[in-house]
Design a protein around this ligand. Structure first.
Ligand code: TYD
Ligand code: MG
Length: 451
């Protein structure tokens, strides 16, 4: 008789403890430890360990990974140029954001190459059929399977040998070898590990749908992110119809790549020129609005940064940021105060990146100081002007990477004036008809943008 051992596992980070604890000592999460059980007699050696001989790096032949296109360019881009055979990709996102829709559309594209398998543990085949009809998908090569047992899923997959497979979702899958409930950390981790081995052995690419917890992490421990090859997050504002697919991890391509979609009544539509979309409703000649030429991966994006600076009503001024780093805004406010003499100490500052985007690269600094100064002084920034550049603590403006790409995108959309670090401005060979203004400190920047 195998002995069943009970332990408590943090559902956020995977920490285990023999006793229940109110707070996870590892990740600090409250009330996240859940009772799980496992059989102790079975020694669980990782099955993917096999004996291998040491070999010289120089003697190994590099083989190009084989990629197939999903027919959705934006998805191919975030995957690094298509689906890699035998890779496992995790797609996370809030409920109702469009994960199932995206993957059904991707499978429909992949069904050009042969049969594909859609495993759903959440919806009945009828429900999926209704969705497919909305998406006008009527391929004869999409096989549906309503199954949650991992053994059942793998048996079917081995029989069919599909060209690609989707598991919707990894939280509903379970393996009998683990006694814990489906969706628990041990189940999710074990199922993902088994699917990973399956994908590598069979060369079938697998997409996993992962639910997101309240805090925005993919439910299940971080280890899930370590197991799979690619982690994609599908984000978007419920109030808006556009969605952003973001690479968080990619063993076969660059991270920081994004794909932009719009949810329409016929499914997800690709947006090829997101800059235009993000600037669509921009108010012109209003203070506290500026456009930054940002870079997401290899992709230039013109985004509007808005700010509102107003007298604080409480003792402590409030700083609220959406889409940019909170600490960065505090730091830049201090730089403005000290180096440009702006009085922000008694002011509430709100900064927002329009369109639900998140921008973390330093090039956004110049945008933040411009919009904050514009709002404080109530002076609008010329709508045909855009900015980019990093701001240092002594108020200097530092050069950033890939200035030319940004200028090209801006000129495509019809911008006329670029305010950028002097270091970048001096190196620009082709200004594409734009007026280039190089600035070297915060004061110079404010002079250039607040005309
Ligand atoms: P879904 O793919 O089911 O989300 P997830 O799997 O991430 O939970 O998408 C659900 C939402 O998308 C739902 O609110 C309806 C909407 N939707 C459309 O607007 N148009 C469509 O063509 C489809 C299929 C869904
Ligand atoms: Mg779904």
């Amino acid at each position: 008789m195998p002995k069943v051992k009970t332990f408590y596992q943090c559902q956020t980070c995977g920490y285990t403890s023999p006793k229940w604890l109110g707070k996870c000592p590892d990740c600090g999460e409250w009330n996240s430890l859940v009772e799980e059980r496992k059989e102790t007699s079975r020694v669980s050696l990782p099955t993917h360990f096999r004996k291998s001989e040491p070999q010289l790096l120089s003697s190994i032949k590099a083989c190009d990974e084989q990629r197939t296109s999903t027919g959705i360019k934006e998805l191919d881009r975030v995957l690094g140029g298509g689906v890699v055979t035998g890779s496992v990709a995790l797609v996370g996102g809030d409920p109702g954001i469009g994960k199932s829709t995206l993957l059904l559309q991707a499978l429909s594209g992949l069904s050009r190459y042969g049969q594909v398998l859609y495993v759903s543990g959440e919806e009945s085949p009828e429900q999926i059929k209704i969705r497919a009809e909305r998406l006008s998908i009527n391929s004869d090569d999409i096989v549906l399977l309503s199954e949650t047992s991992l053994r059942g899923i793998l048996d079917t997959a081995l029989k069919l040998t599909p060209k690609a497979m989707v598991i919707d979702s990894i939280q509903t899958a379970y393996t009998e070898e683990i006694l814990s409930a489906p969706g628990s950390v041990s189940q999710v981790r074990e199922c993902a590990a088994k699917l990973m081995i399956f994908a590598k052995k069979s060369d079938i690419p697998v997409f996993l749908v992962g639910h997101v917890t309240k805090e925005g992490a993919i439910a299940g421990p971080r280890v899930l992110e370590h197991i799979v090859d690619t982690v994609l997050y599908f984000e978007g504002d419920r109030g808006h119809s556009y969605r952003i697919l973001r690479t968080v991890k990619n063993r076969f391509g660059s991270t920081n790549e994004i794909g932009v979609f719009e949810m329409s009544d016929a499914g997800l539509r690709e947006i090829e020129n997101p800059s235009e979309l993000f600037l669509l409703e921009r108010p012109l000649n209003v203070s506290g609005s500026t456009v930054v030429a940002a870079l997401e991966g290899t992709r230039p994006l013109m985004v509007e940064i808005q700010s509102l600076v107003s007298q604080t009503n409480f003792g402590m001024p409030r700083r609220t940021t959406i889409g940019v780093d909170f600490n960065r805004v505090n730091l830049l406010a201090a730089v403005l105060e000290k180096r440009a003499g702006l009085h922000l100490g008694g002011m509430d500052i709100f900064v927002n990146v329009v369109g639900g985007l998140r921008i973390i690269e330093p090039a956004v600094d110049l945008g933040i100081i411009s919009t904050v100064a514009s709002s404080l002084k109530d002076v609008p920034i010329d709508p045909k002007t855009f900015v980019f550049g990093e701001v240092g603590l002594s108020g200097e403006i530092r050069a950033i990477a890939q200035a030319e790409v940004r200028i090209k995108e801006a000129s495509k959309i019809g911008f006329k004036r670029a305010v950028m670090p002097l270091g970048n401005a001096e190196k620009i060979k082709n200004s594409l008809g734009l007026e280039i203004i190089g600035v070297k400190d915060v004061e110079g920047t404010l002079e250039a943008v607040l005309t």
